[in-house]
Write a new protein. Structure first.
Length: 243
């Protein structure tokens, strides 16, 4: 992978709690499509295939965790809890804990400092890392990584607390504070049909207050509302989005 930045895979392995037999798998999981030319992208040296696998691994493990942890919860309740844990908000927190941003290999066209698409790249790369762990070591090691994150962050407790839809929270706030409703605008859609990414802005009184991205418009709008609440200084810690 000529031209790629030098990264200390050992440090990331430490943070993941797993040592790869095939270091190339981990490096592939960290390599964004922007690093390759259009021609090279077709050779699948980037993280998209691993992200596809890791997404399924994550969904299975979170389902398994919740099924065992909450034996008396209904299918609907389990689905709601699962949607929170696999939401972009929590996956970004997961990625931040292992400082994944420091290890991702990007092309010159992508600048994390500008923020656009940063969250989606972090979550995709995290899922790719889980896919790589699964191929290299099996489901047991993936389970330890996922379960440890859930329990160390007491997410199983958080999801039983009050859950607020950020859009609803923002709407109630703007009606009281600005006597108007927030306006959501889809500013961009990109990617293939099965891997779309949406970008949405939220405006209050004609001014931009937040921008969010997500794999569907609902998630993007929730993230935009979340950032608007942060800007307004009214975000309440402990509340989680409903995806």
């Amino acid at each position: 992978m000529e031209g790629a930045k030098k990264i200390n895979l050992g440090k990331l392995e430490e943070k993941l709690g797993y040592s790869f037999k095939d270091k190339g798998l981990l490096k592939k999981a960290l390599t964004h499509t922007s690093f390759f030319s259009q021609k090279d992208k077709n050779e699948a040296n980037h993280f998209q295939r691993l992200e596809f696998l890791g997404d399924s691994v994550l969904n299975f493990l979170v389902s398994k965790y919740l099924y065992s942890k909450f034996p008396f919860s209904s299918e609907g309740e389990l689905s709601k809890m699962k949607s929170i844990i696999i939401s972009q908000q929590f996956l970004v927190k997961f990625a931040s804990e292992i400082t994944l941003e420091d290890y991702i290999i990007l092309g010159k066209s992508v600048n994390f400092k500008k923020g656009r698409g940063k969250f989606s790249i972090l979550t995709d790369s995290l899922e790719a890392c889980l896919g790589a762990v699964y191929i290299d070591g099996g489901i047991h090691y993936c389970q330890k990584i996922v379960f440890d994150f859930i329990e160390n962050n007491k997410i199983d407790t958080l999801i039983k607390n009050q859950i607020i839809d950020y859009k609803t929270f923002l709407q109630e706030l703007t009606q009281k504070q600005f006597q108007c409703l927030p306006f959501y605008k889809t500013v961009k859609e990109e990617g293939l049909d099965h891997q779309k990414m949406f970008y949405i802005e939220v405006h209050i009184g004609g001014f931009l207050y937040g921008t969010g991205s997500g794999k569907n418009k609902k998630e993007a709008a929730q993230n935009a509302a979340y950032h608007a609440l942060e800007k307004l200084g009214t975000f309440k810690k402990g509340y989680n989005i409903v995806s």
